[in-house]
Write a protein that binds this ligand. Structure first.
Ligand SMILES: NC(=O)CC[C@H](N)C(=O)O
Length: 449
């Protein structure tokens, strides 16, 4: 392992917990060789703290081991520079193993690794690209106490507006931010492609280029989220990947494009024409059939379900179509060699490893079982009465948790332990939220009833 910048004095080693938060340690550089050989020990409970920080996952897996340590081994050869840090610092991502060297099956990266291994056994390599949306904010509105879009200090003092979708002027006004983001992506090897001003005020999307390595694509998405939040903080903003920060504005999605290469490097979705191969259709069939049970990883929080609104460019039922942004699975118009599926269900609040694992599992299930999808949707899926809506998606978090916990397909592809642990974590989060009394309840009921 090497350092990318000579003057780094410390580096962060981290994994993602079940919710995609980074958990790890800040380590002096003189321990680099030791860390490379032996990894870093972390208690298994780091995978499942609740959001209130006063509880850990009580699923048995943590406590039945006495919350013993797992061993986090670095997954890349290089400690990359964290260019937005106030002092020279590096970072390296890791994966958790049991002390005997076997994978710790509740680590999200291990879950993805297990699914990728199944493709490898069939001689197939998934090619993956992610697109992540986020909002930039600059604190709270005094009136509503809610987060608000940033003032364009470099521009003409106006606030960002919804009409700034695809606005170059808006990006000019925020050019110090985007210049630093682009530089940091280059330094860290995050393959940032285009930057787009999105529909919401202060909402942006950055597309990452495709990579024939889903593990790396997951790492890059995780690195990207850290980088955006870190640079926003440094420049006096805050950034959020929360699925629906504003009730009536566009949500933050995480779209995933993917195809499959055979051992000769040929795209197995490419039939030389526009419609794609049988294998692609079977992948679509499997994705549609598993979509409702995988919903919990695509939409992991209470807030996630607010994103699935008619007309919001987010899907409302399991559907597919060619060059159609109102469906869950879009086959984008492209040269045949680039034939691929765009999965549009996940929120940007989801854990990228778990999103990729669930998508690849669904596609593989469809391919292995030659599952035929219903007819593609050609028009507006939100209003088309002739569309087959039999494959509904859970629109409530609790319902999604039930479907996830009962799925034999997910137990098979993601692992029984993982399904048990993730279900327990989500049920705990639900219990905690349901225990809270919200402001709106006091507003509506306190003086009236
Ligand atoms: N880029 C788009 O198509 C918009 C996606 C939309 N913001 C979502 O929530 O998924």
């Amino acid at each position: 392992m090497s350092l990318s910048a000579e003057n780094e004095r410390e580096f962060d080693l981290f994994i993602t917990d079940l919710n995609g938060n980074l958990r790890g340690k800040r380590i002096p550089v003189n321990s680099l060789d030791k860390v490379m050989d032996e990894g870093v020990k972390l208690p298994r409970s780091v995978l499942g703290f609740d959001f209130w920080g006063d509880d850990v996952l009580d699923n048995g897996l943590v406590f039945e081991t006495g919350d013993s340590d797992g061993v986090c081994m670095p997954v890349h050869d290089e400690v990359v520079e964290v260019p937005w840090a106030e002092v020279p610092r590096g970072q390296v991502m890791a994966m958790m193993f049991n002390p005997d060297g076997t994978p710790f099956s509740a680590d999200p990266r291990q879950v993805l690794s297990g699914v990728v291994a199944r493709f490898k056994a069939l001689g197939l390599t998934p090619v993956v690209a992610t697109e992540l949306e986020f909002y930039l904010m600059d604190g709270q509105s005094e009136e509503t106490q809610r987060p608000r879009p940033p003032v364009l200090v470099e521009g003409h003092g106006r606030r960002l507006k919804a009409t700034d979708c695809y606005s170059i002027d808006e990006m000019d006004c925020l050019s110090a931010f985007f210049t630093e983001v682009r530089e940091a992506c280059d330094i860290q090897g995050v393959p940032a492609d285009t930057i787009i001003s999105e529909l919401g005020p202060g909402q942006f999307e950055i597309n990452l280029n495709h990579v024939a390595n889903p593990m790396l694509a997951g790492d890059q998405a995780v690195m990207f989220k850290r980088l955006i939040k870190g640079i926003a903080r440094k420049q006096g903003y805050s950034a959020t990947f929360m699925a629906k920060p504003y009730a009536k504005k566009s949500g933050n999605g995480m779209h995933v494009h993917f195809s499959l290469l055979d051992e000769n490097g040929n795209n197995v979705f490419d039939n030389g024409g526009d419609e794609g191969t049988d294998v692609m259709r079977h992948a679509v069939g499997g994705l549609m059939q598993t979509m409702s049970s995988s919903m919990l990883t695509f939409a992991p929080h209470m807030n996630s379900y607010r994103r699935f609104m008619s007309g919001a460019h987010a899907p409302t039922f399991a559907s597919w179509g060619y060059e159609n942004r109102t469906v869950a699975l879009r086959i984008p118009e492209s040269p045949p060699v680039a034939r691929r599926i765009e999965h549009r269900v996940s929120g940007a609040d989801a854990n990228p490893y778990l999103v990729l694992a669930s998508i690849l599992a669904g596609a593989l299930y469809g391919i292995e079982n030659k599952i035929e999808p219903p007819a593609p949707i050609t028009g507006d899926a939100y209003t088309d009465d002739s569309a087959d809506r039999t494959q509904t998606l859970p629109n409530k978090w609790d319902d999604a948790t039930d479907r996830f916990s009962q799925s034999d397909v997910l137990k098979e592809y993601l692992g029984e332990t993982f399904v048990r642990v993730y279900t327990a974590a989500k049920r705990q989060e639900q219990r905690k939220l349901h225990e809270q009394i919200s402001d709106i309840e006091y507003e509506a009921y306190l003086g009236l009833l």
